[in-house]
Write a protein that binds this ligand. Structure first.
Ligand code: SAM
Length: 188
């Protein structure tokens, strides 16, 4: 278990929530205590809520984020493990929506039991090319929208993605029936 304040990752902030399909929401705050202070922007910030989807597919996001945040993945995976443990989640299938370069799932694949399969989805061809290099048994990546498929998973991960989606309420409604449990982190 990772206690607040023990983390070596000081840059991230936000709220994480594990939530059960039956409607019993479990609020579990793992990133709090390290508040990420976003830089102030004069006028409009074109980077976040207003970001059009094309930003992730045309190479612009890769240019601005050459590592696709992979350096944070081992830390994020540890937080996810701790949250799953605290909430007694024992998934056999885990899917990350907006998996980027696949670092979180790769780390979880190493850390978690061998009976779990891991699937990542991302709309970005650049991110998926990086993720596909990590494919091994029980770890696969798809360059498309999860919503185009109709698979069901025990656990969905939505990590630092919500704030990149313009219609996030619509997105939440659509992913709701796609898993028993969900873990979110969002840095708005
Ligand atoms: C900040 S990155 C986070 C990547 C990864 N989850 C992580 O935490 O390292 C946001 C990701 O969301 C993806 N994304 C943006 N809009 C999306 C959508 N509508 N469906 C799926 N992924 C999306 C982007 O391509 C990008 O890889």
């Amino acid at each position: 278990m990772v206690a607040l304040g023990e983390t070596e990752q000081p840059r991230l902030g936000g709220i994480s929530i594990a939530w059960a399909r039956a409607g019993h929401a479990t609020a579990d705050f793992i990133y709090t205590g390290q508040v990420y202070k976003a830089p102030r922007h004069r006028g409009r910030n074109p980077g976040m809520n207003e970001a059009p989807r094309i930003r992730y597919t045309d190479g612009e996001y890769l240019l601005a984020n050459p590592t696709w945040h992979e350096e944070d993945s081992p830390w994020k995976a540890k937080q996810i493990m701790a949250m799953a443990h605290r909430n007694d989640l024992q998934p056999r299938s885990i899917c990350e929506v907006g998996c980027g370069a696949g670092g979180i799932l790769e780390a979880l694949h190493t850390l978690m039991p061998e009976n779990i399969s891991f699937v990542g989805y991302d709309i970005s061809p650049q991110a998926c090319a990086k993720a596909k290099e990590k494919e091994i048994e029980r770890l696969t990546f798809h360059e498309r929208d999860l919503l185009e498929d109709d698979d069901f998973y025990d656990l969905l991960l939505i990590i630092d993605v919500l704030e990149h989606i313009e219609d996030y309420f619509g997105f939440l409604r659509q992913i709701r029936p796609r898993s028993d449990y969900k873990i979110f982190n969002a840095c708005f």
